[in-house]
Write a protein that binds this ligand. Structure first.
Ligand code: C2E
Ligand code: MG
Ligand code: MG
Length: 625
């Protein structure tokens, strides 16, 4: 730690100053005491001299009787010698005390006083310097001792306070290093460490499971982040963490990164209890969250792994809970799913798709199929291009399986380029066969739109094939359209629109479009998601949403297209409700280029072809691919 040496320096420096000051003080005290003793000896000597000189001046000066009495209390005076010239007589002496003898050299304990009355008379006073210094020394030692004890106590106090401070800082650092700074729950490292401790704890092995690891992922979090910004995202994460803490109480909660949290529930082995808890958690987390001035919400998908201490490593336990969470996401979100072994195969399958997809791009295993869109009079008005992957060993892989993987790993950008190129080549091939398609709709993902070269790449592909923007429509999903509102994708959509490309909102009704946004985007079509069409005629069918979407398209002046029309009843209901276009197996399954040419020629042969009229001749995609 960097702070430690500096705190020692600050302690040592005043200590040295205090010791130096104590030394100076001692010397000064000793000097002052010596000076005082000498001054007292001088004044006592003057008094003694006055007594002696009361006698008449003579060579045989005697010590007056009163001298001994006067001197007695002044025990610091050891001897008095009266000298006339060099001849000295001892006037007073304590037992064992020697008189001053200047012949012996410098004697600091002697004072010589000269008589003012008799010239040549001197009095040599020997005083007890040693006793004075001893007394001073004892005084100093006592006060030094007291001072030392005080100093020592102070030092110990400071040391203790410092040690306490250091421990508090160390504790804070430890806590800080363990906590996620945004939400206050454990961070990934600390959570995994705690999980490891729990896993290794020596509890008597139980027969069944003895805990549950829950893995949480927020639904719609990316949308919140992209539409409201990252600060709003932080508010959501904090709120969710609070709600988890509030609902779960004193259990181990960790944030594993992004919008992923995990919880360890100890000594709980009943699945139904976990299911109940999952319901409460989903309900609590999904409540509206106030972000600035608007209110929004997120959902919660939960994967649960029922664990037994010591059975698996921490990594494997988390992997299993994570797989279950993915299954919860895949099967509708906002639910809890328990881990099952079969999920391992699915995850291995996803990893395989990822590595095989790269090869598929290189080896051109992908091709396009086309599905017509017809108007109310069953004339062909558009054609949707859908990608297909003929895998060398797995056979046909549906786009729902590999498009999300490609979106995740970024391969969607080269894949998208290849798709557009194939579509353009097919349009040219059909034109060469004298089949004029009104335009072809191409699906694009958000990830493709975020590529900075998207528009340039599209234009380069079109130019290469001699086509124009009028030949292409881009289908963007509703959530892509909403997300694009906040970022550079919005600019790209605007550029595409300005260049003359048509735009369609795909899977309309499955997201949360704002009408203002739809107007802003200048879309030509709203493609109503097939789940709404599928519901037509079913016992609990509620027509209000479908009617609303059709009415909205009309008011916005854009075409409504119903996806996934499979039965004549659905078609009749939609026509009656005013839906302008339809697409589905009822009319045609997606067809590859060769089949489409045949199919279109059939329409031309059977009818006076003016853009295409649907005939009863239906293709089946299974036979196509
Ligand atoms: P989407 O754009 O909504 O495409 C319509 C899907 O509905 C297609 O499935 C089509 O085969 C299917 N469909 C058409 N009529 C019916 C019907 O009557 N009943 C039923 N049950 N389904 C019908 P597909 O081809 O499997 O595509 C699934 C999704 O994959 C597409 O949904 C689209 O989001 C994505 N996708 C397909 N091709 C591409 C592509 O080239 N690029 C990108 N980015 N995404 C694509
Ligand atoms: Mg589509
Ligand atoms: Mg769709």
């Amino acid at each position: 730690m960097q702070g430690a040496p500096s705190s020692e320096v600050t302690w040592q420096t005043p200590m040295r100053v205090v010791l130096a000051a104590a030394l100076v003080l001692c010397i000064s005290v000793l000097f002052i005491r010596w000076y005082e003793a000498r001054a007292r000896a001088e004044s006592d000597g003057q008094a003694a001299l006055a007594l002696i000189e009361q006698q008449p001046a003579s060579v045989n000066v005697q010590a007056p009787a009163s001298l001994a009495v006067a001197m007695k209390p002044k025990e610091a005076i050891l001897s008095l010698s009266h000298c006339i010239g060099a001849q000295c007589t001892t006037m007073y002496a304590q037992p064992m005390a020697a008189p001053c003898d200047y012949a012996a050299g410098f004697q600091p304990q002697c004072v010589t006083l000269r008589s003012k009355a008799n010239i040549g008379y001197t009095l040599m006073v020997r005083y007890d310097l040693l006793a004075v210094l001893m007394t001073a020394g004892i005084d100093l030692a006592v006060s030094g001792g007291v001072f030392g004890i005080v100093l020592l106590l102070w030092y110990l106090h400071v040391q203790k306070a410092q040690a306490k401070g250091k421990a508090a800082v160390a504790q804070q650092v430890k806590l800080g290093a363990e906590r996620d700074p945004l939400t206050g729950v454990l961070n990934r490292v600390a959570f995994e460490a705690a999980l490891k401790r729990h896993n290794e704890s020596t509890k008597q092995a139980s027969k069944g499971t003895d805990g549950c690891l829950m893995y949480f992922d927020l639904d719609r979090f990316k949308l919140i982040n992209d539409t409201h910004g990252h600060i709003a995202g932080d508010v959501v994460l904090k709120t969710v963490a609070q709600r988890l803490k509030y609902t779960l109480g004193d259990v181990m909660i960790g944030r594993l990164g992004g919008d992923e949290f995990a919880v360890l529930l100890v000594d709980i082995g009943a699945r139904d209890k976990i299911e109940q808890l999952g319901k409460v958690l989903i309900e609590q987390v999904s409540k509206p969250i106030q972000i600035d001035k608007v209110s929004d919400y997120v959902g919660l998908s939960i994967g649960a792994y029922m664990l037994k201490r010591g059975e698996l490593s921490v990594g494997d336990m988390l992997h299993r809970a994570d797989l279950a969470m993915y299954e919860a996401k895949r099967t509708g979100r906002g639910r809890l799913v328990f881990y099952e072994e079969s999920m391992e195969n699915a995850s291995r399958g996803q990893a395989e798709v990822q590595s095989d997809l790269k090869k598929a791009l290189e080896e051109r295993q992908l091709f396009m199929v086309y599905q017509p869109e017809l108007d109310a009079t069953e004339r062909i008005r558009g054609m949707e291009a859908l990608v297909r992957w003929r895998h060398p060993t797995r056979g046909m892989v549906p786009p729902d399986e590999f498009i999300p993987v490609a979106e995740k790993n970024g391969l969607i950008v080269p894949l998208g380029k290849m798709i557009l190129d194939m579509v353009c080549a097919d349009i040219v091939a059909m034109r060469n066969e004298h089949i004029q398609l009104p335009y072809v709709s191409v699906n694009v993902s958000l990830r493709e739109l975020s590529s900075p070269t998207f528009v340039d790449d599209v234009m380069a592909t079109l130019n290469k094939r001699g086509l124009t923007p009028a030949d292409i429509e881009f289908e963007i999903t509703e959530s892509t359209a909403m997300v694009g509102q906040a970022g550079k994708e919005s600019v790209i959509l605007k550029r595409l629109s300005d260049l003359g490309f048509r735009l369609a909102i795909d899977d309309f009704g499955s997201g949360y479009s704002s009408i203002a946004r739809l107007l802003d985007l200048k879309v030509q079509k709203l493609k109503i998601d097939r789940v709404f069409v599928w519901a037509i005629g079913k016992p609990d069918f509620d027509p209000s949403l479908l009617e609303l979407m059709i009415a909205l398209s009309r008011r916005l002046g854009v075409k409504s297209v119903a996806e996934g029309v499979e039965t004549p009843e659905q078609a009749a209901w939609l026509r009656e409700a005013g839906c302008m276009m339809m697409q589905g197996y009822l009319y045609a399954r997606p067809m590859n280029q060769a089949q489409l040419i045949n199919w279109m020629k059939l329409q031309q042969g059977d009818h006076d072809f003016d853009g295409g009229v649907w005939a009863a001749t239906q293709s089946t995609e299974t036979s196509v691919v």
